[in-house]
Design a protein around this ligand. Structure first.
Ligand SMILES: Nc1ncnc2c1ncn2[C@@H]1O[C@H](COP(=O)(O)OP(=O)(O)OP(=O)(O)O)[C@@H](O)[C@H]1O
Ligand SMILES: [Mg+2]
Length: 231
């Protein structure tokens, strides 16, 4: 289980997150929704230790990952697919995946499992990341995170701007990871996509945690989302 216990964080002296608490269970997809600038990406950066916490704790299976230096957070078992993907553009598909494999010293069969999920990446194995299509780059960023054999996976708007076939491919892999017992925190802005994939939905507003609801409640009453998203 991934647990955020009253975390506060921001950039320099500018505080963005205030006392945000969330928990994502193994085998659960929790969607984080909120307006642009609400603090969704900031929450993911704070979990990964990429920005320092001003308060609170992040726990993975009860161990305090927020006590670790940033480079050890991924090693502890949290895969992160940042908004904008964060690939090494000049490196090949193989080299980008190798970085994921080394992070937690994954055994070689993990790479085979990941490539089985993304056959397209096998075809593009020796190509530079920057020569891939947007959808293929998203696959590569996701695949790299899976090479860690993560216990928790943070996906920041993974299907933004992708064509429908790619959106479906990313969704299928996300569901496959849930079935394997990974705790998934997903930032997704499109309500229809959230209703298809989420188990629960957590809202964030101006850096503060809002309602956390089962997806069925949101399907019955979309006005909850309208209140937070202003749509
Ligand atoms: N590197 C940064 N330095 C300073 N302020 C930042 C930085 N990145 C984000 N912010 C500010 O932090 C706040 C939250 O931004 P964040 O990127 O977390 O929002 P978000 O919910 O992910 O939005 P979006 O839906 O647009 O991705 C915003 O006010 C933003 O301007
Ligand atoms: Mg964001």
């Amino acid at each position: 289980m991934l647990k955020l216990d009253r975390i506060s964080a921001g950039y320099g002296a500018a505080q963005v997150l205030r006392d945000v608490s969330l928990s994502v269970s193994a085998g659960e997809i929790l969607c984080l929704m909120g307006r642009n600038g609400a603090g969704k990406t900031t929450a993911m950066r704070a979990i990964m230790g990429l920005i320092p916490l001003m308060g609170g704790r992040v726990l993975l299976d009860g161990a305090e990952v927020s006590a670790l230096p940033a480079h050890k957070v991924a090693r502890a078992g949290i895969g992160y697919v940042p908004q904008g993907r964060g690939l090494f553009a000049g490196l090949t598909v193989a080299q980008n995946l190798e970085i994921g494999m080394r992070t937690r010293a994954s055994p070689p069969d993990v790479l085979e499992e990941v490539l089985a999920l993304f056959p397209r990446l096998r075809e593009r194995y020796r190509q530079q990341a920057q020569t891939l299509s947007g959808g293929e780059q998203q696959m590569l960023a996701t695949a790299r995170a899976l090479c860690l054999r993560p216990k928790a996976l943070l996906l920041d708007e993974p299907t933004e701007g992708l064509q429908p076939s790619m959106v479906a491919a990313i969704r299928d892999v996300t569901l496959a990871m849930r079935a394997k017992g990974v705790a998934i925190l997903l930032v997704e802005q499109r309500l229809d996509a959230v209703l298809q994939i989420a188990d629960r939905v957590a809202f964030i507003e101006n850096g503060r945690g809002g309602d956390v609801v089962p997806v069925e409640a949101l399907a019955r009453d979309r006005s909850i989302a309208a209140r937070y998203l202003g749509v």
